[in-house]
Structure formats: structure tokens, C-alpha cells
Ligand binder design. Structure first.
Ligand code: PLP
Length: 449
């Protein structure tokens, strides 16, 4: 047994006394003390093990403690822990090449950051300098990070307290057929109307003032809305017509999550800038970056790029990225994500939806799925109101607690639960988690009409 409750209590006591947590009212949280993790599982100090259907924050694409990645970090630590970004260093060069070989089209130069938000900040900076224009368009129902520009671009309520600084950001509606902003009756109509709405937003904002449009290729935290065929290509065409920089944010969707290296690969589009983080090295060491097209790289060929970070291309982070990408290729981990999604998770979730009055829609691809939970399948009224907290959010809190009792760690956001396990998940593990999910959904069913 791995139970050591006294050690867990000590970890928790120091946490409660000194750790200030993200997005939280500090006095109202009760963080689980975690003793260890391996593959798709982690466990606490009391002998409880959880199958991680959240991949932490949708970042452990290769699972926990992959031995090849751990060994690469250990080896790099023994060789060279850190080096300023101005030098050329073997693992940084190799990580940049491995990323550039996989990003679409001419996205061949890599600016490394410490995570996703910094990638978005720097992509926006590049777009503004490249075009000389101030505004950036982003979608409602998006998440782009928690730093100054990234939180303003974000299209969920976490933006509201920081909205005062949102100079130059304009939000628009992306396609989302289940909760269509356009009253569309089919995918083709949703696509056409979403593109017309974007075009009209551009016309009314003034095309000459717009530096960039930023979109998650497949919006993640906001609900995993796979765009209809033609939408991302349609945005490419609009950007070309108005000289607007096209930024695809692949921080969550990239590196295998959708069953391809990048979600953009499913739609045959090449943006001008692509942001990544999370799955690039499964977060073993903080890393993110911007992949830059030839055209934008040319802007900074003789003119300095006015941005930088002490840890840009950190050797430990880059060594872990090299090992992660090579291991994902050798062990066919991206292919596994595609196969498990198509053969196991997708079919099982559709069956689950048929048996539960609380499951309004199932959508996704690869190991990137959402269940839209509703009070009523006909009206599609969400199981909890938008941005609900406290008593109003009780149905979702009770559902999450039921998952945990069943040994499943869920990803929950508003009225949705996401099925986002590591890309390495086996068929047996997926089935174990899906059975626990099926069971926990009876709790959500109890809150339907
Ligand atoms: N962009 C997207 C699409 C994300 O999902 C996230 C994080 O969830 C971010 C950006 C921000 O990344 P980070 O938390 O590493 O700053």
C-alpha cells in the first residue's frame, strides 16, 4: 500500500499556509495532496488512485513519468542545466527543428517561451509589428492564457475582471452548431454564416486597423467545438484578402491531442503564426512557443524583434521536448490517440449519450471530447447556467464528486465534462474510465427535468 496519511496531511498543511492557488478564493479550496503519478494514473497519500481523464490541464499527452523523457531530463541536467537565449545549444536547435518539421507549411522558425500565454503574447506582438495595425479579433468561447493580452483575447468569464486593459481586442462568434449564434440548421449553414459574421465584424471595425485574427483550431476549454469543414480555410481566405495575420492557437489542440500532430492538419490550413505549449513536452518542464511563417520571419530579418525571455529555449525544457517528440513518433502515440478516439472513446460516448437524459451532445476527435450536459435534451438548456457558482453549480459539483468516488479524475468546465486522457491511453484504461463516467452521469441525470 502507498498510504501515508500523515505525510499527506503535512503537505496539505504547508499548502494551505503558504501556496496561493490559481483562479481560486484561497479560503474556499481543498486541494488534493498528490503522492505520485505514472502513465494515465495519479494517487493521493490515503491510498486512492485516479485515472486521469483530464491529463492535468490537458497537457500530459505522453502520460506521467514516461521513462524516456525522464531520462532525457536527467541526462541534460548532468550536462548543462541552463544557458542564456543568445547562444546556440544542441537541444534547443534540435527541439526547434523537430517542431518546425511538424508544423504545417512554411512555419519554420520557432520562438520559444515558458508556456502558452507567453506564446500568445508574442504572436500578437509579431502580428502588430508585421502589419503596423493595432486590433486583434478573437472568438467568444475561447481561452488564450492569463497574461495581459492573452486574458483580454480570452472569450470566457475569466476575462471580465481584467477587461479594463483590453485595448484593441474585439470578440466575434465562431461556429458552434449545437448552440449556434446564427440559428443555423446544418453544418454548412453554420460555416457560411460564421464566416459572413466575421467578415461583417471586420467591415465594421475597419480592415485597415486589424493586425490579426486569433482562433483555437479546435476550441478546447470552451467546449471542444470541432469547426465545420471549410471554416478554418474560409478564415484563411478572409485574412489573405485583408492582409490580416492568421494566428492559430494550438496550445491545447496540438501535439497529438486530436489524433494528428496539429489540429490544423485535419483542415489543410496553414496559419501565419501557430502557438503551442502543453503537449510539446507534456509539461514535464515549462515550455511553449510560436512557430513563425517565412513572411513574418522576414519582417524581423534586419529589424530586431522587441521581445525576449531569460528562459527562452531553456535546455531542460528543450531536452524534454526532443525526447517527447521522438518518443511520440517511435511509439506511434499520435496514431494511438486517433485510433482510441475513433474506435473506443467516440463510439462509447455516443452510446452513453443515448442512455443518459443529461447528455445533450457528444463532440470531439482523437483524445479530445466534450459532453454537453443539459437539463433537457429538447430545449438544450445547460445543466447549470453560464458561469454558475455556489448552489447554482451544485449539479456539476455533485457529478465531479461522483467521478472521483469512482476513481476517475474528470475535467469539468461550466455545464460540460471533457474526456481528455493522455494520448498514450490504452483501450482497457479508456474502457475503465468510460464505465466510471457512465456511472457518475446518473448523478447528473438526477438534475434533469
Ligand atoms: N491557449 C490555449 C488554447 C490554452 O488552452 C491555454 C491553456 O489552457 C493557453 C493558451 C495558456 O497556456 P498557459 O497556461 O501555458 O499559459
Amino acid at each position: 500500500s502507498f498510504a501515508d496519511s500523515a505525510a499527506g496531511a503535512a503537505v496539505k498543511a504547508d499548502d494551505r499556509a503558504h501556496v496561493f492557488h490559481s483562479w481560486s478564493a484561497q479560503g474556499l479550496i481543498d486541494p488534493l495532496a498528490v503522492a505520485g503519478a505514472e502513465g494515465a494514473y495519479f494517487w493521493d497519500y490515503d491510498g486512492n488512485r485516479y485515472l486521469d481523464f483530464s491529463s492535468q490541464l490537458v497537457n500530459t499527452n505522453i502520460g506521467h513519468q514516461h521513462p524516456k523523457v525522464v531520462a532525457a531530463i536527467q541526462e541534460q541536467a548532468g550536462k548543462l542545466c541552463t544557458l542564456a537565449p543568445g547562444f546556440a545549444v544542441d537541444v534547443r536547435s534540435e527541439a526547434a527543428r523537430l517542431v518546425a518539421e511538424r508544423t504545417p507549411g512554411d512555419l519554420d522558425k520557432i520562438f520559444f517561451t515558458n508556456g502558452g500565454a507567453e506564446a500568445v503574447e508574442n504572436a500578437v506582438r509579431m502580428a502588430r509589428l508585421h502589419t503596423g495595425r493595432p486590433k486583434v479579433l478573437s472568438a467568444y468561447r475561447s481561452y488564450h492564457g492569463a497574461t495581459a493580452a492573452a486574458i483580454n483575447l480570452t472569450g470566457d468569464p475569466r476575462r471580465w475582471p481584467s477587461d479594463t486593459a483590453s485595448a484593441g481586442v474585439v470578440h466575434f462568434w465562431g461556429p458552434f452548431r449545437y448552440r449556434s449564434a446564427f440559428h443555423a440548421e446544418n453544418e454548412a449553414q453554420e460555416c457560411e454564416r460564421a464566416l459572413a459574421h466575421l467578415e461583417q465584424t471586420i467591415a465594421f471595425e475597419g480592415p485597415q486597423s486589424i493586425a490579426a485574427i486569433i482562433l483555437e483550431s479546435v476550441p478546447g476549454t470552451a467546449g471542444i467545438m470541432v469547426p465545420p469543414p471549410g471554416y478554418l480555410a474560409g478564415v484563411r481566405e478572409i485574412c489573405d484578402r485583408y492582409g490580416i495575420v492568421y494566428i492559430l492557437d494550438e496550445v491545447m489542440a496540438g501535439f497529438g491531442r486530436t489524433g494528428r500532430w496539429f489540429a490544423a492538419d485535419h483542415f489543410d490550413v496553414t496559419p501565419d503564426l501557430l502557438t503551442f505549449a502543453k503537449g510539446v513536452n507534456s509539461g514535464y518542464v515549462p515550455l511553449g512557443g510560436v512557430a513563425i511563417s517565412a513572411g513574418i520571419a522576414a519582417t524581423f530579418e534586419t529589424r530586431p524583434f522587441p521581445g525576449g525571455l531569460t528562459y527562452s529555449g531553456h535546455p531542460l525544457a528543450c531536452a524534454s521536448a526532443v525526447a517527447t517528440i521522438n518518443t511520440m513518433a517511435e511509439e506511434r502515440i499520435v496514431e494511438n490517440a486517433a485510433e482510441i478516439g475513433e474506435k473506443v472513446i467516440g463510439p462509447a460516448l455516443r452510446e452513453i449519450a443515448g442512455c443518459h437524459p443529461s447528455v445533450g451532445e457528444v463532440r470531439g476527435m482523437g483524445v479530445f471530447w466534450a459532453l454537453d450536459l443539459v437539463k433537457n435534451k429538447e430545449t438544450r438548456e445547460p445543466l447549470v447556467p453560464y458561469n454558475a457558482s455556489g448552489a447554482a453549480n451544485a449539479p456539476m459539483a455533485e457529478f465531479a464528486a461522483a467521478c472521483k468516488r469512482g476513481g476517475l479524475w474528470p475535467f469539468v468546465n461550466m455545464n460540460r465534462t471533457h474526456v481528455v486522457p493522455p494520448c498514450t491511453i490504452t483501450e482497457a484504461e479508456a474502457k475503465e474510465g468510460l464505465a466510471a463516467l457512465d456511472e457518475a452521469l446518473t448523478v447528473a441525470d438526477g438534475h434533469t427535468d
